[in-house]
Ligand binder design. Structure first.
Ligand code: PLP
Length: 391
């Protein structure tokens, strides 16, 4: 009765179905291996936790943080972008602290668009993008991501008449794990400039990269007309802390700061201090977490390939995106798989129409659990048609 049209337009999530299915597995006495949610199981660096613990004993952190209080975190973010990507941004005006990238994106869309504006969005994509677009009342035009193009969108296929207000990209990508090089971002930034479009790049997996691969920043293609969202959730295993930052175009960020000024008061100062310290840590501290995910990738991918699942070895992120032969109802498959085997994966359809036929497995368990999960998957009949896991 009280739901606004805006609230009603936010799509529901299949993750509650997955949760119920895992509950049924637990009730049946099955050990649950949850690979459905991309929440890091690793711990933040000890020095980060020490800063936060000390901050809780510092009465200066108990009051509302003001904009001036966010300067150390803004400086740390600007330093990080310079050190890591060679990008120059002004900590005063070109960086805004966030309560996570997800919060930042929802408020950024409210800040830079008006209802009815067009948002160009990849399909598949991180599902909250659709919720944020619905809250902002946007007209979503999707860009299909296909394996043949390395899950990169074909911007040339967008009709000349489509003039989106925002193009939203995300590489390393959730859910496909695809990566994009700087040349791709340069092309996307040029395309956006020609159409009067703001390029928004969601970059929470920037440091979760494997081997010698290092992810670029979209800001390397220019700061004007580009906003990039960074998060400490994945790179520093601080998902529960809710902290990140936006950097880039000064006008877009001023609008974001204005909207946020009406809704929140910046992250808790102790969390800001912890995040500032984390951003300044030597690169090899972050590489340890990435190496853990890489070892898990190496445990899981060959096991899936032995099942004839179509999967490429990801170079980054914490996900494996696999096409399951014969799969036409990934939601029914994932729900039944969880209930019958205790192994929870995300159905590809949850990320968009183009995700049908795929599942996403998050590398958030140690290798032994991943191998157990692969064994459970090999015991499950691969569904065809609408009868998933028929035995
Ligand atoms: C692509 C993408 N963006 C944003 C987020 C959320 O980031 P944060 O925890 O900073 O809100 C996630 C989390 O899974 C994600 O995959």
């Amino acid at each position: 009765m009280w739901a606004s049209d805006r609230a009603s337009a936010v799509p529901g999530s299949v993750f509650s179905l997955m949760d119920q299915a895992m509950g049924r597995a637990r009730a049946a006495g099955l050990p649950v291996i949850d690979l459905s949610i991309g929440s890091s199981d690793l711990h933040p660096p000890a020095a980060v936790l020490d800063v936060l613990r000390d901050a809780t004993r510092d009465p200066a952190t108990y009051r509302y943080p003001m904009v001036s209080d966010t300067r150390p975190l803004r400086m740390a973010a600007a330093d990080y972008l310079h050190r890591r990507f060679g990008v120059q941004v002004n900590a005063d005006g070109e960086v805004v602290p966030l309560i996570g990238a997800q919060e930042g994106l929802a408020h950024l869309l409210l800040a830079v668009t008006d209802p009815g504006d067009t948002l160009l969005l990849p399909d598949p994509c991180y599902p909250p993008y659709l919720g944020a677009a619905a809250v902002a009342g946007l007209n979503v035009v999707t860009l299909p991501l296909h394996v043949e193009r390395g899950f990169l969108p074909d911007l040339d296929a967008v009709p000349a008449g489509v003039r989106p207000r925002v193009l939203l990209l995300n590489y390393p990508n959730n859910p496909t794990s695809a990566v994009a090089d700087l040349a791709f971002f340069e092309r996307a930034a040029g395309w956006c400039r020609a159409r009067g479009t703001l390029l928004v790049h969601d970059n929470p997996y920037a440091e979760l990269t494997f081997g010698t691969y290092r992810a670029p920043s979209a800001l390397q293609a220019g700061v004007d007309g580009v906003v990039e969202l960074h998060s400490l959730s994945k790179t520093h295993h601080m998902g529960g802390f809710r902290v990140g930052f936006a950097a880039g175009d000064a006008g877009a960020l001023a609008a974001l700061a204005r909207v946020k000024g009406a809704v929140d008061f910046h992250p808790y100062l102790g969390i800001q201090r912890a995040a500032a310290l984390a951003l300044g840590l030597p690169e090899d501290v972050g590489r340890e977490g990435a190496a853990t995910f890489e070892a898990r990738r190496d445990a899981l991918v060959p096991a899936l390939q032995r099942l004839d699942w179509d999967v490429t070895l990801p170079q980054a992120s914490m996900f494996v995106w696999a096409r399951v032969p014969g799969l036409t109802d990934s939601v029914a498959f994932a729900v039944q798989l969880a209930a019958q085997t205790g192994v929870a994966v995300s159905p590809g359809r949850a990320f968009g129409v183009q995700g049908e036929g795929f599942v996403r497995l998050a590398l958030v368990q140690p290798p032994a659990a991943l191998e157990r999960a692969a064994r459970a998957l090999s015991g499950a009949a691969i569904p065809s048609g609408s009868a998933p896991l028929a035995r």
